[in-house]
Design a protein. Sequence first.
Length: 293
Amino acid sequence: MKSGFVAVLGRPNVGKSTLLNNIMGEKLSIISNKPQTTRNKIQLIYTDDDSQIIFLDTPGIQDPRNKLGEYMLSESKSSLEDADVVMYLVDNSDFIGKHDSKIIEDLRGIKTPVVLVINKIDEINNDKLMEIIAMYDSEDVFEEIVPISAINGENIGKLLELLKDKLPEGPYYYPEDQITDQSERFIVSEIIREKTLQFLDEEVPHGINVEIESMKEDEESGLLRIDATIYAEKDSHKGIVIGKNGAMLKRIGREARKEIEVFLDTKVLLKLWVKVEKNWRDKSNKVKYFGYK
């Protein structure tokens, strides 16, 4: 039996969440092209007949701008310390940008094996792919380089086999039917937050936090009723979240409800409220109150 922890790093919009959701066969990581989408270290548990791979979906390595950013950086660094393997995901760009260069330098300082995964190979020809592999290989950081397409599943089976080979022998850490260490409430709150990231512009969604107040059967309808509060950092942001005549809040709720029903496999009555918690990301006590600790 092989079992162990794989820390997953990658810039926004390289397909990290798409890859993990594809591997798990279920949407557990929220998807957005905006920075700082992932805030928590989320464990996604992949189990087959002879192995258990615990993927640590991390917030990413970045310079913190507030107390929330400090928490996220701490989560990312602890993931690197806990991991048996580091999987670094990049896209099909033919140059190494400033952010990637910084992460590569950070990876030089760890003893954990690092596997580079080049995503979106379905968008390029083989000659360009060979050039990209050679470019990263010259960095002399990566034990293995695996090209994949997260969107269509190409080479994901090969990637899983390679990760298994690098993991130590050991027992399963979790029951075979468990797929994440997070609660249903957490996943539901993340689905709602994902919709704010998708539909709201500029700095507004980065100051959003979602709290699930209750999840219980509604006596009148018999549906699962979910009451959730969306916290914004400013009064003006609250107005944007609600929208004209409540249109934006209705859109967020409608689209979130569809995904929540798929995730929970039941009909849902979703009720959303919007409140203001001014500049909560800059306040240690509020960051901890919202569960980032």
